[in-house]
Design a protein around this ligand. Structure first.
Ligand SMILES: Cc1ncc(COP(=O)(O)O)c(C=O)c1O
Length: 329
């Protein structure tokens, strides 16, 4: 930041670009390709991966996003992520920047341009630039952006030893906002920061009725005392693509999942505290066991068999199912 002892320079185009490059050199990032409908193309220089400041997604959070995984040079479960993306767009009153087919094609081409064979694809839709009002600017062109990056990384210890989570003091999002994958992640960010400040790995939202919701950017599931896999209903939490797929896989292969049944229903925090296993599920974390919740040990305090079994099922599905799309590198 400039100080008040220095006259703030008026920058040329070249200076501004140098400033962006300098920012990136101070803060190296793992972004390998970025498509912007505003640039009408793909850039690979992180300094150029920018949006106009007056885009509604930036200054009002009026935008949505989703994330899919690149596994072994293929894109996993993109259709499910696109379904959710389009549902979020509708709920957010966003005008589509193109057809589903065009967006899918841009995602695939940006992945190919990145050369990445493992990593993440995050894509956003915005209502566009043009004013600093609350409603989108007149004639604003909706934006579509795709970023190929290394993906979120979590410590190996989470899988081998399990995680510790705390009930957050922050209120859960109202259902409409929780089921919409909008860029308003303030409660999720604050929950994770709070957990880390207090020495935990992540937080848990509990709803107003005392039922379990979800975690910061992942869903929660439990294994009851009688061995059933239980997941909260999706009417007030995000419909996790990982959860939905795992529920389907576990139902079809209960013996391999090591569960006696699969239920989607309300789970009170009191019941959840008596469960044998507690699991975190999501595209970035996949399946990870929780061994401590607040001051209570979960199960016997060790990662349980169902979490390992579900991780195997998911890994297998990510490598060999019919939900993989080829990337023309
Ligand atoms: C709030 C929230 N809940 C759950 C999930 C898990 O969803 P998915 O399995 O599609 O990654 C995510 C991640 O996108 C999330 O942000």
């Amino acid at each position: 930041m400039t100080t008040n002892t220095r006259t703030i320079p008026l920058l040329t185009e070249r200076d501004a670009l140098a400033g962006l490059r300098s920012l990136r050199s101070r803060q190296p990032v793992d972004y390998s390709a970025f498509y912007s409908s505003q640039l009408n193309g793909i850039v690979t220089d992180p300094a150029l991966m920018v949006l106009p400041f007056d885009d509604h997604i930036v200054h009002r959070g009026h935008g949505i996003f989703d994330t899919a995984a690149i596994v072994n040079g293929k894109i996993y479960d993109l259709e499910a992520h696109l379904d959710r993306f389009l549902r979020s767009a509708e709920r957010s009153k966003l005008r589509l920047p193109g057809s589903r087919e065009q967006m899918r094609d841009i995602i695939i081409q940006t992945t190919a341009a990145s050369g990445k064979r493992e990593g993440s694809i995050r894509y956003w839709m915005s209502s566009g630039p043009g004013s600093l009002e609350l409603t989108p600017a007149r004639g604003a062109e909706p934006g579509f952006f795709v970023m190929i990056f290394g993906g979120l990384s979590y410590p190996e210890r989470w899988y081998t030893e399990g995680l510790r989570v705390m009930t957050t003091t922050y209120p859960i999002k109202a259902p409409l906002y929780a089921i919409t994958k909008a860029t308003n992640y303030l409660p999720n960010v604050l929950m994770q920061m709070e957990a880390k400040e207090k020495g935990f790995d992540n937080g848990v939202f509990i709803d107003e009725d005392g039922n379990v919701g979800e975690s910061s950017n992942m869903n929660l599931a439990f294994v009851t005392r009688n061995g059933a896999l239980v997941h909260p209903r999706f009417d007030h939490i995000l419909s996790g693509c990982t959860s939905l797929r795992l529920l389907e896989l576990a139902r079809a292969q209960m013996d391999r999942a090591q569960v006696s049944g699969v239920e989607v229903r309300d789970i009170s925090a009191a019941e959840a505290h008596t469960c044998r296993e507690m699991l975190l599920l999501g595209s970035s974390i996949k399946v990870a066991p929780v061994i401590q919740w607040d001051d209570q040990t979960v199960g016997d305090g060790k990662p349980g068999p169902v979490s390992a079994a579900l991780l195997r099922l998911l890994d297998e599905d990510m490598r060999s199912s019919d939900r993989l799309i080829d990337v023309p590198y």
